[in-house]
Write a protein that binds this ligand. Structure first.
Ligand code: DON
Length: 314
């Protein structure tokens, strides 16, 4: 990585502007009304190296909400809270081929547990597994964990986005009640409280820099980049990275693995978190999404970077 910095520093602004051009081909998500306010042509990136260097370009200071990117980190926290066997008794390990908010397979396949923790049904179950007596307590623990990974103790929930999703999430609500009926959410899991935790962690606001720092911790196998202290057990990082490769980019994960070839997770706000194991963490925002729900310009920029620096793991 170190030898790549000079070329990266020189080329990144150009590659970013080239990628930004295709943002007009995408569409900003609007099913959560508050997300529709994001600028269509924005594109920002931060690359965080293991030596502490950060390189940024474009709209790197633009704030956006984690949305589905948060699912990787709530999974990690649930694994740390409950252990592997408890978590995977309630959520599977397979990609679905269905939309992220689909309920189809919950009824078709036995047992009716969600296929994986990165689809909505799976992430809602994972939210129920986070330790804490109340939604506020759970959210506080999630925020403390996210802040430590991001190296930013100001990370907070964007209340407008949280309220906007709460008011319109009929489909997530139906998924959650279905899970309750199937007893995947248990007797003492109040559906509305579980959903509150889920909506809040999706609405945590970041920028490319905080996202890149979270990615860097994963690229270092769970270690704090400054102190070397273990923030997440290596085994759990391995699990998270594997889910990112198999399901992190929704139904475009296979194509992304071929074109870019690194663990990544996207969200409907246009964020992409990506990492090159042992080398760097990457945070991108580009709110215009392609038909599969991934940042159209962000994907192009990652493809360019992967080709230039041989990032593919395969
Ligand atoms: O549940 C939702 O629809 C949003 N809070 C997150 C969706 C998202 O980013 C796509 N997920 N895989």
């Amino acid at each position: 990585m170190e030898q790549d910095w000079p070329m990266l520093t020189e080329k990144l602004p150009f590659w970013l502007e080239e990628s930004r051009k295709i943002a007009s081909a995408g569409k900003v998500a609007s099913y959560i009304p508050e997300l529709a306010r994001a600028p269509q042509d924005a594109l920002g990136i931060c690359i965080a190296g293991r030596d502490g260097r950060q390189l940024t370009a474009g709209d790197d200071t633009l704030s956006f909400t984690l949305q589905s990117i948060s699912k990787v980190f709530t999974l990690l926290l649930a694994l740390m809270d409950r252990g592997e066997s408890a978590v995977f008794s309630k959520v599977g390990m397979e990609p679905t081929g269905d939309n992220f908010n689909s309920m189809l397979k919950l009824e078709l396949v036995e047992p009716g547990i969600p296929f994986n923790p990165l689809i909505n049904a799976g992430a809602i179950v994972v939210s129920s597994l986070i330790r804490g007596a109340t939604p506020a307590e759970k959210t506080d623990r999630i925020l403390a964990f996210f802040r430590e990974l991001a190296g930013d103790d100001t990370l907070a929930v964007n209340e407008a986005v949280f309220r906007s999703e709460t008011a319109t999430a009929h489909r997530n609500r139906s998924l959650a009640y279905f899970l309750k009926d199937n007893k995947v959410l248990e007797e003492n899991d109040d559906v509305e409280k579980v959903l509150e935790v889920y909506f809040r962690h999706c609405a945590v606001e970041v920028n490319c820099r905080s996202l890149a720092r979270m990615a860097l911790v994963l690229s270092l196998g769970g270690k704090d980049p400054e102190t070397g202290r273990e923030l997440i057990p290596r085994r759990y990082v391995q699990i998270a990275k594997t889910f990112m490769v198999t399901c992190g980019m929704y139904n475009e994960s296979g194509e992304f693995a071929i074109r870019v070839g690194v663990p990544a997770k996207s969200g409907v706000s246009g964020g992409i978190l990506a990492l090159v194991p042992g080398r760097c963490g990457v945070g991108i925002v580009g709110p215009a999404l392609n038909r599969k729900g991934n940042s159209v310009a962000g994907m192009k920029l990652l493809e360019t970077l992967s080709a230039a620096f041989d990032w593919s793991q395969f």
